[in-house]
Ligand binder design. Structure first.
Ligand SMILES: Nc1nc2c(ncn2[C@@H]2O[C@H](COP(=O)(O)OP(=O)(O)O)[C@@H](O)[C@H]2O)c(=O)[nH]1
Ligand SMILES: [Mg+2]
Length: 370
């Protein structure tokens, strides 16, 4: 039975949140029957967690995605006990789960330097094996980036993220802690009539002041990558970060947020995203919403509203633009529907992709080169 309970495989743009690899422990060395010599053990394959690494970088660095431990040395007259084969280390980002191809969890890597053996080298030939060496373990494994929530809220202060989370989840959002990060995001759970639950994370400090203080703001952005999709939140009447900075309409807020993500990690911008236009209860909201929609349809044309250094390279194409009022509850049900649809679409695509990958693997095997 194929298990689809842990579906993490998605391929959108450049963002990589899972990876499938082939690993094989080294073969043992030959024993030496005449002198009772023992072949060296094959090298093991390890996964080692490293900071400042992404799955995308791992993928780009090893296009072959095959990792083989070194072979153990044969026993010889000079060295009766054959030398052990070389271990192989695969560097992987902190905060991943390592599983077998069929979803069995091999382990979690939560801190820098943590290690996990994923394929053991074969024992060398020795008396008990009639001096015949064994092959190393072989398997396909997966790295899955651990997620904080299904969706992450992305917005400037006062856009109404906290209010929205409360309106969406009908309750006080919970503070959650995770082993792989010191950040404690607020998580709201969206409940659906069919008992499906979707989690939304409000990441404290996210982006606040990031564009004015690029270096510091970015440490919060690190956590945006740990959600499946992004929920941008803007105030329909625009925003003003501080009394000294200019007032900016909603369109500019969207592009500045995009720029922030892009500056931190360009691949983030390729995540599926929805745009929530909040505070629709304010005067002139409807006109402003129409204006925003026009601008979003043709962002290039309106991009000179932005200073050069705040213009993103790519404009996000939002799956849905949803007007709401977190205060009155207007549009909240519609937003819940849009969120559900967007996640369901991706889940369906993920199942398709897994089928395809397995089919391809089967074809390769039946052609004789696995
Ligand atoms: N008029 C109006 N005010 C809102 C709405 N949503 C939030 N606010 C107000 O906007 C301010 C900032 O909201 P908050 O949820 O704390 O924003 P956050 O900083 O993005 O988390 C608060 O004073 C809220 O009461 C809304 O839909 N309409
Ligand atoms: Mg808040």
């Amino acid at each position: 039975m194929v298990q689809f309970s842990r579906i993490c495989l998605r391929k959108f743009g450049n963002f990589v949140d899972n990876l499938r690899l082939y690993v094989r422990g080294g073969s043992g060395g030959m024993g030496l029957p005449r002198l009772g010599g023992q072949g060296g053990k094959g090298g093991d394959v390890w996964v080692v967690a490293a900071n400042n690494l992404t799955l995308k970088r791992v993928k780009d660095k090893y296009p072959h995605k095959r990792f083989l431990g070194g072979a153990g040395a044969n026993s010889s007259v000079r060295a009766l006990r054959g030398e052990k084969g070389k271990d192989l280390e695969i560097l992987a980002p902190v905060g991943i789960t390592v599983t077998t191809d069929d979803g069995r969890i091999l382990g979690d890597l939560n801190t820098e330097g943590e290690r996990l053996m994923v394929a053991r080298g074969g024992p060398g030939g020795a008396l008990y094996s009639a001096f015949e060496p064994s092959k190393g373990q072989t398997k396909h494994i997966r790295f899955d980036l651990k997620l904080i929530a299904d969706l992450g809220l992305v917005g400037f202060p006062n856009a109404g993220k906290s209010s929205l989370l409360t309106a969406l989840s009908n309750a006080t959002p919970q503070i959650a802690s995770y082993a792989f990060t010191t950040l404690k995001p607020e998580i709201g759970k969206l409940m659906y009539k069919d008992y499906k639950q979707i989690s939304v994370a409000d990441l404290p400090g996210l982006i606040e002041g990031a564009h004015a203080n690029k270096g510091m703001g970015h440490k919060f952005l690190k956590h945006v990558e740990r959600t499946k999709q992004l929920l941008f939140v803007v105030d329909v009447s625009g925003f003003q970060l501080a009394s000294k900075t200019p007032f900016r309409p909603a369109f500019e807020a969207v592009q500045l947020l995009t720029k922030e993500l892009e500056l931190y990690k360009e691949e983030l911008v390729s995540k599926p995203a929805l745009l929530v236009v909040n505070k629709m209860d304010l005067p002139d909201a409807e006109d402003k919403l129409q204006e925003l929609k026009e601008q979003l349809q043709n962002p290039e044309e309106f991009s000179d509203l932005l200073p050069d250094d705040m213009r993103p390279k790519n404009y996000i194409s939002f799956r849905h633009v949803v007007p709401v009022s977190a205060t009155t509850g207007f549009g909240i049900d519609n937003l819940k529907r849009c969120i559900r649809e967007s996640l369901d679409d991706d889940a369906a695509m993920a199942i398709k992709a897994i089928h395809q990958e397995r089919l391809q693997a089967l074809r390769q095997t039946s052609h004789g080169h696995s």
